[in-house]
Design a protein around this ligand. Structure first.
Ligand code: ZN
Ligand code: ZN
Length: 191
């Protein structure tokens, strides 16, 4: 997911449009909330699209826009496969690093050193690789729980029926004990 910025590199204030679509693998999630065994099921069903502008601020290259794709995943509740469009805002600053200064509007000495800011992003030569930051932006756009729909009813814990498709009889046979307590209270009040 590389963008050639040689056109805007020599001149502070120069800007260019970015519009690209490339296949990308979802980041290996490491958040505890995703250690649910369903991680491997997530994939990007379409190439990831990046629509943005790159500006030479004189200090760094600022890339600002949106990223999006279609995800395919397994619903956390009903275990059905589903797909959905996701998109996220994208804004990153890329500092020049590495090579001996060429004729460039982005001055190397102005870039903070790596020890000062380990989280800063860099570019080498005249190319920016957007993939890592785009991957992170998309990961952040994912909901904590991947659900086929907000109100997915899931599977019956007793018989495994997909409750989105039909209602089973288990609810009636095994009432929630907390509800039973409430019913008793209600009855006492009335008596
Ligand atoms: Zn579901
Ligand atoms: Zn059931």
């Amino acid at each position: 997911m590389k963008v050639n910025i040689s056109r805007i590199l020599p001149e502070k204030g120069a800007s260019m449009d970015i519009d690209l679509s490339e296949p990308l693998q979802p980041l290996q999630p490491d958040a505890p909330s995703r250690q649910d065994g369903l991680d491997g099921e997530l994939r990007y069903a379409e190439p990831v699209r990046v629509v943005a502008t790159a500006d030479n601020s004189g200090k760094c290259i600022v890339v600002r826009g949106r990223v999006g794709t279609k995800i395919e995943a397994t619903c956390h509740r009903c275990l059905e496969r589903f797909s959905r469009e996701i998109s996220a805002p994208f804004e990153e600053e890329y500092f020049r690093k590495g090579e001996k200064p060429r004729h460039t509007g982005v001055e190397e000495e102005q870039a903070p050193s790596e020890s000062e800011g380990p989280d800063l992003r860099y570019f080498h030569g005249d190319e920016i690789d957007l993939a890592p930051a785009v991957g992170e932006a998309l990961s952040l756009a994912l909901p904590i729980k991947l659900l086929c729909r907000e109100d997915c009813r899931g599977l019956c814990p007793h018989c495994g029926t997909n409750l989105n498709e039909k209602q089973c009889d288990c609810q009636i046979e095994t009432p929630d004990p907390r509800m039973a307590v409430l019913k008793d209270l209600w009855r006492e009040k009335r008596d």
